[in-house]
Design a protein around this ligand. Structure first.
Ligand code: PLP
Length: 375
C-alpha cells in the first residue's frame, strides 16, 4: 500500500471530543486517510484487505472470517435481517437503536415482533426464553450496548437462552461495545456480530465490519430475495477472493491498517480494562456530584455514560456550556433527548483526558447551578 510516513506510536494528543460515536480519531490514523489511491482489485489492495480482515479476528474474538462493508452500521443491521430472516424475527428493544432494528425489519417486509423493555433497563434473558417458547423465529436481534441509554445488555446469558430454547439465530449489534467491552463471538455462540468502525475502534466513519456463523450462512442460502448490497453470501464469496463486494472506501482501509496495530498492541483485555476504568472513574464523579443515571446501576455501559443533569439545569445547557469550553459531549438521543446528556468514553480516550473533562464539567455544572439558583 502507499507509504505516507505513518507510525503507530501513541501520540500525546489531548482528547476533548467525547461524543459516543463517531469517537476521536488519532492523528496518525487521520493522516493515513490521505494516502494515494490504489486499484481495489490490485494485488496491493488484496494484501491490505487480507491483513486488515485477519487482524479483525482477534478483535471480534473469532476464528470465522471477518467481512467488511463500505457503509454505516445500519447497512449491516439491514443486511443481517434481509439475508437471514425468511419470515419471523424477534427484536429485543430497550432504546433507540434496538427500535431502529425493528423498523429496519418492517421496512424489509419481515414479520417483526418486539419485546419492549423500558429505556434505561437491560433485557431480561428469561423474557426472551418465554417469547421463544410461544413462537418460532428465524432470528432474534439484540443491541449489546444501547448507546441511547448507556445500558449494556447481558449478551452472554441472552445468547445462551436463545440457543437453549430455540433454533433461532442470534444477531448482535455490537456497534458501541466491540473494542471497548468483551464481545466473545465464538465462545458465546453469536451467529452474526456487526459493528461500525467509528465507535470503540476509533476509526473514521465509513467502514463497517461483521462476522457470520456457518449456521447463519446456511440459513441465508434459504432466504430469497437477499438484495444485492445486503446479500451476506455475496460478501462471503467476494471475501474468499480477497476482496470487497464493490469499490470500498480505500482510505478507510489505510486508516484501519494503522489503528488495528495500535488496538492489537494494546491487547483486547487491556483495552476492555481501560474502558472499564473510564466507566468507573465516571461513576465516582457522578456519585460525588450527586447526579443521576438514566440507566440501571447493574447494567452500566463501559463505553458511554448517559446522565441526567441536576435539578434546575437542562441537559442541552450542559452540552452547550461544555462546547463553549472546547469539549464535545453527546446530547441525549431519541426519547431521552431532552432529559439526558452522554459522555462517550470510548476508543482512544485515556484516564487523563477523562479527568480533564470531568474537571471542566464541575465548572460547567457549578456555573449552571449558580445561575439557576439566581433565576
Ligand atoms: N447501533 C448502535 C448501538 C449505535 O450506537 C449506532 C449509532 O450510533 C448505530 C447502530 C447506527 O450506526 P450508523 O450510524 O453507523 O449506521
Amino acid at each position: 500500500m502507499p507509504q505516507c510516513g505513518m507510525t503507530v506510536s501513541s501520540p500525546a494528543e489531548e482528547i476533548r471530543f467525547f461524543l459516543p460515536g463517531p469517537a476521536y480519531v488519532l492523528e496518525d490514523v487521520r493522516r493515513a486517510l490521505t494516502a494515494p489511491m490504489v486499484a481495489h482489485r490490485s494485488p496491493e489492495f488484496k494484501d491490505l484487505y487480507r491483513s486488515v480482515t485477519e487482524r479483525l479476528k482477534p478483535v471480534f474474538r473469532t476464528q470465522q472470517e471477518v467481512l467488511t462493508a463500505t457503509g454505516s452500521a445500519t447497512l449491516l443491521m439491514e443486511l443481517a435481517v434481509v439475508s437471514t430472516v425468511r419470515r419471523d424475527v424477534l427484536h429485543l428493544v430497550n432504546g433507540a437503536f434496538s427500535a431502529r432494528w425493528h423498523a429496519v425489519s418492517l421496512a424489509a417486509g419481515k414479520q417483526a415482533d418486539r419485546i419492549d423493555v423500558p429505556w434505561g433497563r437491560a433485557v431480561d434473558p428469561d423474557l426472551v426464553r418465554q417469547a421463544l417458547g410461544r413462537k418460532r423465529y428465524d432470528a432474534v436481534t439484540l443491541v449489546h450496548n444501547e448507546t441511547s441509554t448507556g445500558v449494556v445488555n447481558p449478551l452472554e446469558d441472552i445468547a445462551r437462552g436463545v440457543k437453549e430454547s430455540s433454533d433461532a439465530l442470534i444477531l448482535v449489534d455490537a456497534v458501541s461495545s466491540l473494542g471497548g467491552a468483551p464481545v466473545e463471538t465464538d465462545a458465546w455462540g453469536l451467529d452474526l456480530v456487526l459493528t461500525g468502525g467509528q465507535k470503540a475502534l476509533a476509526l473514521p466513519p465509513g467502514l463497517s465490519f461483521f462476522t457470520a456463523s456457518d449456521r447463519a450462512l446456511e440459513q441465508a442460502e434459504t432466504v430469497v430475495p437477499r438484495g444485492f448490497y445486503t446479500d451476506l453470501l455475496r460478501y462471503r464469496d467476494k471475501h474468499e477472493a480477497a476482496g470487497p463486494i464493490t469499490t470500498p472506501m480505500i482510505s478507510a482501509f489505510y486508516a484501519a491498517d494503522v489503528q488495528l496495530d495500535r488496538i492489537l498492541n494494546e491487547g483486547m483485555e487491556a483495552r476492555w480494562q481501560r474502558h472499564r476504568e473510564l466507566a468507573e472513574a465516571t461513576s465516582e464523579w457522578v456519585e460525588a456530584r450527586g447526579l443521576t443515571w438514566a440507566c440501571d446501576r447493574a447494567h452500566r455501559s463501559w463505553t458511554v455514560s448517559c446522565l441526567r443533569p441536576p435539578p434546575g439545569v437542562a441537559a442541552p445547557e450542559v452540552v452547550a456550556a461544555a462546547a463553549e469550553k472546547g469539549y464535545t459531549l453527546g446530547p441525549g438521543y431519541g426519547d431521552f433527548k431532552p432529559t439526558t446528556f452522554r459522555i462517550g468514553h470510548m476508543g482512544e480516550v485515556r484516564p487523563r483526558d477523562l479527568a480533564r473533562l470531568l474537571a471542566v464539567l464541575d465548572d460547567v455544572l457549578d456555573e449552571l447551578q449558580g445561575s439557576s439558583k439566581r433565576d
